[in-house]
Design a protein around this ligand. Structure first.
Ligand code: COI
Length: 354
């Protein structure tokens, strides 16, 4: 399929790298493609970034049949632009789509489209340390229909946003809040899909956490309200004794690409990594025994985010004096060094945009 290109009449001013936060600035162009049962995925095009006209009855607005991905393009010291494990994100997009009854995509074609878009927008990739061009592929249900069923038509789009740190705290430890009143996902639900509804379901408890002075919610499982699942925008890791423990993938946790990279990197350094069920009580007991050394989250937007405090059942614990732990710091630096082309890419995770 040929990808058409429509030139913008005017181009936007680029922000200074030092002013970048997360998710408010968008580049000049976006990629669009449509799906209908008759034509399949068709009309791939790169067009000026702009609104999507839709009927008020468009299905995504009513039933949330929407999926998305998050990945980043980095500018290396030599000025080259590179993607980190893009095939894994595009594959996960298809997996989320399957769960949400959406038509399958040609992942190789989507990667080709993304690379074409990035080549056009290459000057938008910031270069300061910790900055990147965040990439948000999204698919939404487009039928103008308010009965409940899966849509027949879809729009896929990719938008790009130059970003700095996700949290206002930067790499400083964040405070997380555990609730036993609200859950993010349940057994048999859509927890492992990257779908809009999971994030909508998290908002109210996050609002309560924020009101109590915490950045995000640490979710427990939706069945027993005991076992740790993930944090609002990231997966979670605990250093207990000399083990690095993370909740096992149980179909209600997002299978994070950064999570997988952390596991592989830590194992390659000889760290014992354990994926298993881990309860919040066990974490509190490890803390009481002096064995809870570090806690950190991982995600594309958050990269590695150290956790300094956890509050559960009204009791707050401080991890490692509230400072960044050595393994969190080493993982953060090494992951970023690979992403920015400063460290050898021994796992073949980098794809240059040429
Ligand atoms: C990402 O880390 O890319 C995400 O999609 C999380 C989102 C809440 C920013």
């Amino acid at each position: 399929m040929d990808i058409s290109f429509t030139k913008a009449d005017t181009l936007k001013n680029h922000p200074k790298d030092s002013t970048l936060g997360f998710g408010t600035i968008f580049t000049d162009y976006m990629f669009n493609m449509d799906y209908s049962p008759e034509a399949g995925w068709h009309n791939p095009r790169i067009e000026p970034y702009g609104p999507i006209a839709m009927d008020p009855s468009t299905m995504v607005l009513h039933y949330g049949q929407a999926i998305f991905e998050g990945l980043k393009a980095y500018r290396s010291d030599s000025g080259e632009i590179q993607l980190f494990r893009p095939k894994d994100n595009l594959h996960r997009l298809n997996k989320s789509g399957h769960r949400l009854c959406m038509p399958e995509l040609d992942e190789a074609f989507l990667l080709e489209a993304l690379i074409k878009l990035l080549k056009i927008e290459k000057d938008w990739v910031p270069s300061a340390a910790g900055t990147a061009l965040y990439i948000r592929p999204t698919i939404i249900a487009m039928d103008p229909y308010i009965g409940l069923r899966s849509s027949n038509t879809y729009r896929l789009f990719i938008i790009l946003s130059p970003v700095g740190a996700y949290y206002p705290e930067g790499f400083n430890p964040v405070k997380i809040w555990v609730t036993t009143e609200y859950v993010r996902a349940v057994r048999g639900g859509v927890g492992e899909a990257k779908t809009a509804g999971n994030y909508a379901a998290s908002l109210y408890a996050t609002h309560l956490a924020n009101q109590d002075g915490y950045t995000q919610v640490l979710w427990l499982d939706g069945v027993e309200l005991k076992y740790i699942e993930e944090v609002g925008s990231m997966n979670i890791f605990f250093v207990v004794g000399d083990e690095l423990i993370t909740p096992q993938l149980n179909r209600s946790i997002l299978a994070g690409v950064t999570r997988d990279s952390v596991i592989k990197l830590a194992e390659s350094w000889g760290v014992k990594v354990v994926e298993r069920k881990i309860s919040i009580n066990e974490i509190y007991a490890a803390h009481a025994a002096g064995n809870l050394k570090e806690v950190f989250g991982s995600g594309t937007a958050a990269v590695i985010s150290p956790v300094g405090k956890i509050k559960f059942n009204g009791k707050e614990i401080t991890i490692g004096d509230g400072k960044v732990g050595p393994l969190s710091a080493k993982l953060f630096k090494h992951l970023m060094d690979i992403q920015y082309g400063k460290a050898e890419d021994t796992f073949n995770w980098i794809m240059p945009v040429r």
